[in-house]
Design a protein around this ligand. Sequence first.
Ligand code: NAD
Ligand code: 89Y
Length: 343
Amino acid sequence: MAELKGALIGCGFFAINQMHAWQDVNGARIVAICDRDPERLRLVGDRFGIERRYADAATMFADGGFDFVDIATTVASHRALVDMAASHRIPAICQKPFAKTLSDAKAMVSGCAQAGVPLMVHENFRWQTPIQAVKTVLQSGAIGEPFWGRFSFRSGFDVFSGQPYLAEGERFIIEDLGIHTLDIARFILGDVASLTARTKRINPKIKGEDVATILLDHENGATSIVDVSYASKLSKEPFPETLIELDGTKGSIRLSQGYRLEVNGPDGVAVSDASPQLLPWASRPWHNIQESVLSIQQHWADRLAGGGETSTSGADNLKTLALVEAAYQSAASGRPIDIGAML
Ligand code: NAD
Ligand code: 89Y
């Protein structure tokens, strides 16, 4: 099978991880890059040895010569770039948040479907080793039917130094980080029927909310809490770990800080280490996220070559984006929101 050729748009903070991961993916490589910032284009082009460099995505698409595009820009450009990919019939990966609004996201999904091109959202957190480990235990039946869960990300890590734009938006933690936590809740406990949310801003130097508490009613009857914070001053910083508690009819699962996985079932307690690998190009504490970038990109290459829908397809991600939108609506109105009515 010929190696798939990719083009990456957006050579910023996070794209460095994506470029490293593409070097490790079997069956795909990046042949062209694009950024409207000439310095970022130069730095990434030189670092990863990419000769084909573009300041403008339209020119890159017109030149062609690639099998897929990896959109690593911030959300403002996602709709235009995904639409451009669809009009050139080029399969696309798009970073989260997929779109600014749910209606944009629906249009992007239907544009790609009409063009017959695969579309995946780079929603990588469900690909983290500890999250996959929790899902595997749950699927084994070790704790019976889950009826309650908590998906928690509480940190005081300075994310603004690497991503200054996070301090500037009207919306912050739900759209940026909670989106991953909500996706994990869906991945583990299934789709959501309704939710209720409360938010706060603690850090006076940022515009958006940095604390959110969200109560989810899953379609299967389970209840869960997604709680996220970038205002938590803890003695041992957990960034970027998602901690999980699950109670089932036969037992319980606890994924606690330090990637400690405890399963309490009818046969007793089993404790294991669900730590991610430290890839050669990765650095702590980001290595958990970095490893998941390689996993999701390998999944894309495998599906593009072999066929089949990706785990975090555009269509799947509409259900995660709806939770983000609903959380803001609920926090503003104080009322529960019906998710089915939004989709
Ligand atoms: P960034 O601002 O550092 O980089 C974005 C780059 O895209 C910039 O260099 C900018 O010049 C370029 N760009 C923007 N619009 C463009 C266009 N139309 N054409 C060409 N170039 C364009 O942002 P970042 O921190 O790298 O974040 C990028 C995306 O990745 C965001 O959506 C963010 O939420 C997401 N992200 C995801 C994860 C994850 O774990 N999945 C982690 C961090 C960031
Ligand atoms: O942008 C965010 C993400 O997607 O993962 C962590 C992050 O970099 C900061 O919250």
